[in-house]
Design a protein around this ligand. Structure first.
Ligand code: NAP
Ligand code: HSE
Length: 428
């Protein structure tokens, strides 16, 4: 049996896991694909660095072209990260007829279209299962598992760092700043956590999921993004009192052929399955017109979970090569993109107001909602010994966001409203 030869670009967290699984599961992989999988060469930045895995000296290289120009290599696995030089290496590998497997969500969200077009041109496979939600096989599920259905909504907890922070804030009543510091000390959050906490990492993943789910080419600019850095202990506490958990949700919706994609902190009803996804775990909820509600849960990162997705992609490459159908199963978004602006979307809202504690205040507030045709689901007034003003929490029914914007503008000039403390989308 002719082996499938792999060139690995990167031997960090994920690359190490790929070597472990390819070596440890070799017998099963051969039975599934009909070919041994052989790691031929491994690109690293620094060959002299101490590694958690032993890879023979002659396999390690600091020269990418030893892999890309190597005619023996059938497939390049890119687990270096970043846009460049990863993009150039992938395009050059495809130009030479090599299949590509990548875990790089930044690259696939920004340049996926160009890479997939090049692959189609060269009849090569490009798979990227590990790029969203690490160990959860959500990409293959959207492309194959839901092929017969029409997906109308995808909601994802697709960033483990922010879910860890929000879980700690909710379960231990600690502040955002305290948990972030602890998460950095434990190595869960990066030294520069901006991409995670400001929602950009989740937005990139949602770009990929929405493209696949709705068969429309979604770009990162189409996603409206709000991160978790302004969430307070008070918001989480009031959410809990009313039966909600705050989660950073990516929400992609397709209604009447128009789509909207957002990433925002959301009050999720405790009875919704996404509310109990805690710690670094990820989950993707998918609603299909025919199937109804489904949810996929698991580790969104980590050496072995992420590597399982990469090696599953390698199995797919090997099977296709052996069957002579490489590059034939490429996903092409075939629907015209019709985007809904933020203000054209309807959803429920959670609003926390600091107001004067006088007669008639509630009536004035209710009048503003009525004027803009926003209907209220529930209202709670809480005494707060630390706050001389009253605190009012309002949950609206589904409300048009253009109307909600007008309500919030009017509150700026309403004498009885001291402060609009926070506003969240509500789901579940
Ligand atoms: P990592 O631990 O930082 O490893 C990166 C590896 O690539 C290292 O071995 C490094 O070499 C090598 N490398 C980086 N730049 C290079 C360059 N210019 N030339 C040669 N070698 C270079 O990264 P990772 O956590 O494994 O992540 C890899 C990819 O997987 C990223 O795209 C990431 O977003 C994605 N991903 C990661 C996870 C996760 O759990 N970590 C989950 C899902 C997806 P040295 O070892 O010599 O420094
Ligand atoms: N920074 C990402 C997270 C890693 O926290 O989920 C996986 O992409």
């Amino acid at each position: 049996m002719k082996p499938i030869k792999v060139g690995l670009l990167g031997l960090g967290t994920v690359g190490t896991g790929v070597v472990r699984i390819v070596e440890g599961h070799q017998e099963d992989l051969v039975m599934q694909t009909g070919s041994p999988l052989k790691i031929e060469k491994v690109l690293v930045k620094d060959r002299s660095k101490a590694r958690n895995i032993s890879v023979s000296e002659d396999k390690l290289t600091e020269d990418p072209w030893e892999i890309i120009y190597n005619e023996d290599i059938d497939v390049v696995v890119e687990v270096m990260g970043g846009i460049e030089p990863a993009k150039t290496y992938i395009l050059e590998a495809l130009a030479r007829g090599k299949h590509v497997v990548t875990a790089n969500k930044d690259l696939m969200a920004l340049h996926g279209q160009e890479i997939l077009a090049k692959a189609a041109d060269k009849s090569c496979d490009v798979f990227y299962e590990a790029s969203v939600a690490g160990g959860i096989p959500i990409i293959r599920t959207l492309i194959e598992g839901f092929a017969s259905d029409r997906i109308t909504k995808i909601m994802g907890i697709v960033n483990g760092t922010t879910n860890y922070i929000l879980t700690k804030m909710s379960q231990e009543g600690v502040s955002y700043e305290e948990v972030l510091k602890e998460a950095q000390q434990l190595g869960y959050a990066e030294a520069d956590p901006t991409s995670d906490v400001e929602g950009l990492d989740a937005a990139r993943k949602m770009t990929i999921l929405a493209t696949l789910g709705f068969n429309v080419q979604v770009s990162l600019d189409d996603v409206s993004v709000r991160g978790i850095s302004s969430i307070s202990k008070e918001d989480i506490l009031y959410g809990q009192k009313l039966g909600y958990e705050v989660k950073l949700l990516g929400i992609a919706e397709c209604r009447d052929d128009s789509i909207s994609v957002t990433v925002q902190p959301t009050m999720v009803k405790k009875s919704h399955p996404l509310a109990s996804v805690n710690g670094v775990f990820n989950a993707v909820y998918v609603y299909g017109e025919a199937v109804g509600e489904t949810m996929f849960y698991g580790p969104g990162a980590g050496e072995l979970p992420t590597a399982t997705s990469i090696v599953a992609d390698l199995v797919a490459v090997a099977k296709n090569q052996n069957l002579g159908v490489s590059g034939r199963r490429l996903f092409t978004p075939y629907k015209e993109k019709k985007l809904k602006s933020d203000e054209q979307v309807d959803y429920k809202n959670f609003i926390l107001l600091h107001v004067e504690d006088d007669p008639g205040v509630l009536a004035k507030i209710a009048k503003v909602f009525a004027e803009h045709e926003v209907s209220l689901e529930s209202v709670l007034q809480q005494p707060n010994p630390h706050n001389p003003k009253a605190e009012i929490i309002i949950i609206t029914h589904d409300a048009n966001q253009a109307s909600m914007k007008k309500v919030l503008e009017d509150f700026q000039t309403l004498d009885v409203v001291h402060k609009v403390k926070s506003v969240y989308r509500v789901e579940g």
